[in-house]
Design a protein around this ligand. Structure first.
Ligand code: DP6
Length: 332
């Protein structure tokens, strides 16, 4: 089946209840369930072409505003491992040329691995002739090692369910993108690389004495967020997102060895958002394993939030997102 190609697009996502801690690294099974929103302005588009004449897999990536670069080292190995899962499933042996393009900058602190592995898996499965539905695609994407990528497969607001088994750990939509005009305004305060990647910290989470406490708290947060999404309750969702982000960072800061992701700009934005709330201007923050802050607000308030954030000296730029679609294959 030489020369089979397909192109797919997937969106990054921001979690309001986060995945933190891996129970099974071989299958990427999390300890806890999580809830997220796909980001409509942060996408990865990937073309996979299986080609019998290639001597090995080739992987190129183009970041926003940059030329295509060849991917090497660990990042390359992770792509090859995911292609291997697809090849095994499809019963094919050809190597592939993979070309990926992101609509957001590499240094924006937006987890690019989620959109990258969701687009890669969707395109590779399509190119290999696999007819996978959303459920199977989210399981296959999860196994890539970037667990949060499984949440970029279904559209809109997404729940990563998990019963601790391979078949029972998958993502489903709980609301469509146009169900709720929620915005995520990303405030970039730090463009440097992460001090410690999430993969290592997923393994270290269990060394924090607060990890057990976090796991006890998460189910109520998941239920609270699912209800808040259904009922469009920004204040409920926002307060849960803030509590969950703090809990993740406390675990990271008290793991052995600890990681401190926050920077002065992170705290500046957190403080500003709290001050705005006191004035009655509703916005809430969350962060991933990094220093940049995602500010959640009503879409109608997003221009004002972006303007206020950009007025802070610590904020370099902002990216405004609404709820995004799921991963999809392009028509050839
Ligand atoms: C803090 O291992 O899924 O963003 O670190 O980007 O590879 P990468 O993703 P993954 O860890 C995600 C950790 C998180 C929380 C979340 O998105 O749920």
């Amino acid at each position: 089946m030489a020369n089979q190609r397909a192109t797919a697009t997937a969106h990054a996502n921001i979690a309001v209840v986060k995945y933190w801690g891996v129970a099974d690294s071989a299958l990427t099974l999390p300890y806890n369930e999580s809830v997220s929103m796909n980001l409509d302005h942060c996408t990865t588009t990937t073309t996979v072409a299986f080609d019998g004449s290639l001597p090995a897999d080739e992987v190129g990536i183009a970041w926003f505003g940059r030329e295509m670069e060849e991917v090497t080292g660990q990042a390359y190995e992770r792509v090859v491992a995911q292609l291997d899962r697809v090849r095994m499933r499809a019963g094919i042996e050809e190597w592939a040329r993979v070309e990926s393009a992101n609509t957001f900058p590499a240094d924006a602190g937006i987890a690019s691995s989620a959109s990258a592995f969701a687009a890669l898996t969707t395109a590779a499965a399509g190119a290999a002739g696999l007819q996978l539905g959303e459920h199977e695609l989210s399981i296959l994407t999860r196994r890539s090692g970037s667990g949060s990528a499984c949440r970029s497969i279904p559209p809109g607001f997404v729940h990563w369910r998990n019963d601790g088994t391979d078949a029972g750990s998958y993502a489903v939509s709980v609301a469509m993108p146009n169900d709720w005009a929620l915005a995520d305004v990303v405030a970039i305060v730090d463009t440097g690389p992460k001090s410690v990647g999430s993969a290592e910290n997923h393994r270290l989470a269990v060394t924090s004495p607060y990890f057990k406490v976090r796991l006890q708290e998460v189910p109520a947060r998941v239920n609270g967020c699912l209800r808040a999404i259904r009922e469009h309750e920004l204040a409920t969702l926002g307060l849960i997102a803030e509590a969950d982000a703090v809990s993740l960072h406390v675990v990271a800061m008290t793991a052995q060895p600890p990681t401190f992701y926050w920077r002065p700009g992170t705290l500046r934005v957190m403080q500003a958002v709290h001050d705005w709330r006191k004035e009655g201007f509703l916005s809430y923050w969350t962060m991933d394993a990094g220093a940049n802050v995602h500010v959640l607000c009503a879409m109608s308030d997003a221009p004002a939030v972006a303007q206020r954030l950009e007025a802070l000296p610590e904020v370099q730029f902002t990216i405004t997102n609404g709820p995004g679609p799921g991963a999809y294959l392009h028509a050839e």
